[in-house]
Ligand binder design. Sequence first.
Ligand code: FAD
Ligand code: DLZ
Ligand code: SF4
Length: 512
Amino acid sequence: VRNLILILGDQLSPEMSSLAGASADDVVLMCEVMEEAHYVRHHPKKIAFLFSAMRHFAEDLRARGLTVRYVRLEDEGNSGAFGGEVGRAVSELRPDRVIVTEPGEFRVLEMMDGWQRAFNVPVEIRDDTRFLCSRSEFAAFAGGRRQLRMETFYREMRQKTRLLMEGDAPAGGRWNFDAENRKPATLDLFSQPRKGFAPDAITAEVLALVGRRFGAHFGRLEGFDFAVTRAQAETLRDRFMVDHLPRFGERQDAMLSGDPVLSHSLLSFYLNAGLLDPLDLCRRAETVYLAGDAPLNAVEGFIRQIIGWREYIRGVYWLKMPDYREMNFLEADRALPDFYWTADTRMACLRQVITETRDNAYAHHIQRLMITGNFAMLAGVRPLEIHQWYLEVYADAYEWVELPNVIGMSQFADGGFLGSKPYAAGGNYINRMSDYCEGCAYDVRKKTGKDACPFNALYWDFLDRNADKLKGNHRLGPVYAAWGRMSPEQKRETRQSARAFLAELDALPKTY
Ligand code: FAD
Ligand code: DLZ
Ligand code: SF4
């Protein structure tokens, strides 16, 4: 055997750099390993999705004439780890070298760095060319700056890709149309039902396996209807372009019980696993705009999420790891409340988002940022614990994308390296952007007291508690001024309400 090419579960693209130049003299190794499914207790739908997509991809590679060594989870001899499987394949096949594409997690890259020595074979680690901005290009962009801003990076990516450009100027004369994208929740936002796929024989076998081996993990396996092949993911992509993209922008920040997706694309599972190509997706969205079938604010917003946020987040991850994982700028030290695992809370917003997360292994951006993320930050939950939760519960979660979104964007645990201010909000914001408060045991209009919305007192208490760290942030100037204008009595009541609520939270039993 000439080359042993390792393909990981989130590298399911025919264009993978590790596959460039592959021929019949090579062997492609794919393996289902306990270590990956267990290092955090992933949602069963995520495991089922990846195992089924991996098995389908192996069939595609075989159809291309490649030899695939596919190790199933319960195959005899499965060592249960990437290293063990590479070692086993090297000793049986004696390849001239091992080829991989760089992984999405620092943890896995560290393993790979040890293989050359451990298995006495050259190991070639290639760049992941699915991303527009390589790790070294991002490092050059970041330079030695203490703070980065996505907007600056995004403009460079627009120029690099030429997406939505008219000569050197952005289409429509502006780079960013977000100001038009903050429509609150109204019932006319309900979106078309999403297409799902009935399990085929491969998926049915995987579902039985996952139910048997991972049934105790948080999350429902029932109702699994994800795309598991490139062709199926492309069907979803094409439907999104017609049914949802035109309204993508205006409802981006809204949340409605009964519609967990609204006009979001629901494509992150497939982008991150390699079933869809990010640049191709953006080009298609641009074509819809150029044909006059979707407005610029929608298409620019969608493209910005992908060539802007997604690339920027990845850049920050590789720039800052491994220290980034441990960051805790606000010195938060509360355990993650049990209801993140049970949805058993009287707060309707959290109950709704956690229930949807359990059922679908999905929540959209504002739910992740302004409900579960916002609450954890206001309550002072340890960043590492909430990071672990996000990594476990969403089917699109890999550390490269999940960690900076949690540590940086949602918990402000990096002290403002990635974003300019904490995404903190009280009940007013949630009430404006969602219909959750209507069904809540708490009163969103009340600021303090036992039946007041807990987000209200927690919001001010968070700012007060962290004043020494946050007061200097110029974007928070107006809110600190408003806090300063409150009477001593109001302040005392607010602090008391927040403390009483947090004490109740700490007293809740642990069941998960
Ligand atoms: P859409 O709203 O349709 O957006 C289109 C695409 O843009 C997404 O598919 C995604 O690829 C990309 N995108 C949008 N926002 C971001 C972002 N902030 N970072 C990276 N890519 C983005 N995204 C993940 O893919 N995996 C995660 O584990 C993850 N964890 C998150 C945790 C927190 C606390 C927050 C606030 C955000 C997280 N995100 C994560 C980003 C974002 O919420 C999801 O990408 C998005 O909700 C996926 O749903 P969608 O495909 O319907 O997105
Ligand atoms: C998430 C995951 C799971 C649950 N299982 C596997 C697996 O058995 N085999 C595999 O190749 N990949 C799996 N993955 C995805 C990996 O965790 C992912 O490729 C690495 O974390 C690098 O991003
Ligand atoms: Fe959430 Fe407060 Fe609204 Fe209840 S009242 S749903 S706790 S924001």
